[in-house]
Design a protein around this ligand. Structure first.
Ligand code: FAD
Length: 503
């Protein structure tokens, strides 16, 4: 058996996700840690060996193996459903790379690269980057996800001219039962063959495999490390204000902000988000952020923050409704909006100071659907009609915006997308609204694709309708990476069986 001082078996148990929306039995819970002695490529290689041994052990035991990052996914994508789980969040080494380790064909500068091990959290990555003059181009609303978990479902924020998190990825280290691969795009070589060989990996430059592995859903092997292309450190200047919906309707459907009554009339927002209480559709609570250079002397606030502040974690906000009677829906939602979407003006912070920590609030639930931006008003209208038939549901609808993002199964697949978040308390009324919105989109023929890590009501037909031939390409890539049934089985879950993703 694979266990040793770094790979520890904790026996069978129940696994629960961050917000408690999914609980499931695990036949075995594995925890993996790095070699003692600090980050090194030799240490990465040893850990990759352990990961491979564990995959082989799972296959011998005829068990499925599900990696857990931070378990922030609301959906059953983390549910081992009686199989094994591997907790990866202690694999959090990060590496800056020297120019000498890069491929001669690399176009860029070594300083922009960060190699993060799968379990490094977004908070840890932000701290490493922002204390050293760099920053992520985008992230989600808060910072607790691991990097492999975040790209594994295609996490996005609302930087209007930037893709989802996986759009920053330039290389991936993937471990399967029989292979260790360093994957890159042929058109974008970054690491030299020498690096791959020190890692004990094959250097594979292949568009199909790379595009499949970017959003892997944990179904293509273990993502051991992720190479990120970052940008120079910048500040975000943020405002939050209620605006008449009519004044931002054009911006919501075009991302052309001309004429919208935003704080800086002539600057293009870096970030824009609009939140609506569907019972008060004439007002949008808009968060707008502008990017500006960060002075070299800026000292980062490294304290782990909690609370809403300039961040925008709607599931966390709405979870406060938990203890309240549904009949009080309007009073409570209005009060919450007043306190949690309280207007503010001209706050300045690094991205990692802006998108901060969120405490677990069991009982809240989130769903998210990407639609082409030109359909935003139509999608909002359909969602509001569903709400009108379920007025007790404590939901809020948010519009966030993302460029088309790489990855065959990236749900932010329209250019650009509006991601419509339907978030609320995890009760029956909210689930009814969520499914009602999906059904309304289906009936209307509205193009949409759903966040893999949120509550989704996915069916094989919905997946096919959202992804079309990309689904076949992803499956073909999966067959190349995991060439026999036993290898594919180990990285599947019942959800994938039912959606045709384990074909
Ligand atoms: C408070 C809160 C706020 C959120 N905000 C946003 C937001 O702003 N934007 C957004 O898009 N989403 C958001 N989400 C959803 C969440 O960010 C995603 O579901 C994300 O994928 C969770 O990352 P994680 O590290 O917790 O991964 P997990 O939920 O643990 O795992 C996600 C997937 O990745 C796989 N995986 C994890 N590690 C590995 C690995 N090493 N190798 C292979 N597969 C792996 C898992 O098997 C699973 O399939 C939010 C969720 C919460 C709870």
């Amino acid at each position: 058996m694979a266990e040793d001082a770094q790979l520890i078996r904790r026996g069978p148990g129940t696994t629960v996700n961050f917000h408690g929306t999914v609980k499931g039995p695990a036949a075995e819970r594995w925890y993996i840690a790095n070699e003692p002695g600090g980050p090194s490529i030799a240490g990465l290689r040893k850990t990759a060996g352990r990961l491979q041994a564990l995959i082989q052990a799972a296959m011998t035991a005829e068990m499925r193996l599900r990696c857990h990052g931070a378990r922030w996914s609301f959906s059953e994508i983390c549910d081992p459903a009686g199989g094994w789980i591997l907790q990866t969040d202690q694999l959090n080494w990060q590496f800056r790379l020297s120019a000498s380790s890069l491929d001669p064909g690399f176009r860029g500068i070594a300083e922009e690269l960060l190699l993060a091990q799968c379990g490094a959290s977004i908070a840890e990555i932000n701290a490493e980057l922002e204390n050293n003059g760099q920053a992520l181009r985008t992230s989600g609303a808060s910072n607790g996800q691991t990097i492999a978990g975040a790209i594994g479902t295609g996490v996005h924020g609302s930087a209007v001219d930037v893709g989802a998190m996986q759009s920053q990825v330039a290389g991936l280290h993937i471990v399967t039962a029989t292979r260790s691969l360093w994957l890159e795009r042929p058109s974008d070589p970054v690491m030299g063959a020498d690096f791959a060989s020190k890692l004990g990996a094959e250097l594979v430059r292949d568009d199909l495999l790379f595009e499949a592995a970017l959003v892997s859903l944990g179904a293509l092997g273990i993502v051991h490390a992720v190479l990120l292309r970052t940008t120079g450190r910048y500040l975000l200047r943020s405002w939050l204000m209620p605006l008449p919906t009519a004044d931002v309707t054009r911006a919501l459907n075009t991302l052309d902000f001309a004429g919208a009554p935003l704080p800086l009339a002539h600057a293009r927002p870096y970030f824009f988000q609009a939140v609506m209480d569907p019972a008060r559709p004439d007002t949008m609570h808009c968060t707008v952020r502008y990017k500006q250079p960060c002075p070299p002397g800026h000292v980062r606030d490294n304290a782990l923050k909690s609370g809403y502040e300039a961040g925008n974690d709607l599931p966390g906000v709405l979870a406060k409704l938990l203890d309240v009677a549904p009949a009080m829906r309007q009073t409570v939602v209005s009060l919450l909006i007043k306190s949690e979407l309280r207007p503010f003006a001209d706050r300045l912070g690094l991205p990692g100071e802006t998108y901060s920590y969120t405490a677990a609030r069991p009982g809240s639930a989130g769903s998210a659907m990407a639609v082409p931006v030109g359909y935003t008003s139509r999608a909002l209208d359909l969602a509001r009609r569903v709400f009108a038939a379920n007025t007790g549901a404590p939901v809020i609808i948010a519009c966030r915006f993302v460029r088309r993002s790489p990855g065959l199964l990236s749900f932010t697949r329209y250019d650009p997308c509006c991601v419509l978040d339907v978030d609320g308390l995890d009760n029956e009324a909210v689930r009814t609204v969520m499914e009602g919105v999906r059904a309304a989109f289906d009936a209307d023929g509205l193009p949409y694709a759903q966040h893999w890590g949120k509550l989704h009501g996915l069916t094989a037909a919905r997946v096919r309708s959202s992804y079309g031939s990309n689904l076949d390409r992803w499956t073909a890539a999966r067959h190349r990476l995991l060439p026999d049934t036993a290898q594919r089985e180990v990285f599947s879950i019942p959800l994938f069986d039912s959606l045709g993703l384990n074909a």
